[in-house]
Design a protein around this ligand. Structure first.
Ligand SMILES: [Zn+2]
Length: 215
């Protein structure tokens, strides 16, 4: 199982998950032309595209239109709430806690390896019933990097995951089979990439990677 982040910020999100036979696009939050530039192969060479919610940085109108007219319409989380299969990949969604209806995903590849993906959620309402091979989880801001009285703080508390909550979430999960953790959607000015990676890695003892804002 392989997870790759190509764009991860409030100006656009684009990820892929692959099991060796089936490759899926997760999020279509950049223009179609930008998808073509960022991905290693044509977007149309993927087997499906799923997205978490309707905010423009995850569901870019141009990408949605171009993918749809070409025959690869992005599919929302509700489609997968009872589990579906795309190619050799089992896909199940679960609701997360954002400021609109949004979903996280669990992917299980033909190889039996799994990936849990969760972005734009201030809290994780589920504990996976298995130990995921790959965890891709939002780590947006640290509480001590917020400016007191900043009006955006309340919005962040109710929509995005802090470093502190990210660590608590990971510590509550069974990570004995986990190979790597990817931190997603770091804030432009309320995060510290090196510190976030170091603190998560120290807390859980697993290889931890930050995701590029744009490759
Ligand atoms: Zn959002």
């Amino acid at each position: 199982m392989r997870f790759t982040a190509y764009a991860s910020s409030s100006s656009g999100n684009l990820y892929t998950v692959e099991d060796g036979k089936t490759s899926l696009i997760i999020e279509c939050g950049v223009s179609y032309r930008e998808m073509q530039r960022l991905l290693p192969k044509s977007p149309m060479d993927y087997d499906g595209c799923v997205y978490s919610h309707h905010h423009g940085d995850h569901y870019h109108p141009n990408a949605v239109r171009e993918l749809t007219v070409r025959g690869l319409p992005p599919q929302c989380g509700l489609m997968f709430q009872h589990g579906e299969t795309i190619g050799t990949m089992q896909v199940r969604s679960f609701p997360v806690k954002h400021d609109c209806r949004a979903h996280g995903y669990m992917f299980r590849g033909e190889c039996g390896e799994t990936c849990v993906f969760m972005v734009d959620t201030f809290y994780c309402p589920v504990v996976p019933k298995f130990s995921p091979t790959i965890v891709a989880i939002e780590c947006n801001y640290a509480r001590d990097l917020l400016r007191p009285g900043d009006s955006i703080n309340d919005r962040l508390f109710a929509s995005h995951m802090s470093l502190e909550q990210c660590v608590k979430t990971l510590q509550a999960w069974d990570l004995k089979a986990t190979r790597e953790v990817h931190l997603l959607h770091l804030s432009d000015d309320r995060s510290d990439e090196k510190r976030f990676v170091r603190e998560v890695q120290e807390a859980i003892g697993l290889p931890t990677h930050s995701s590029p804002k744009r490759r």
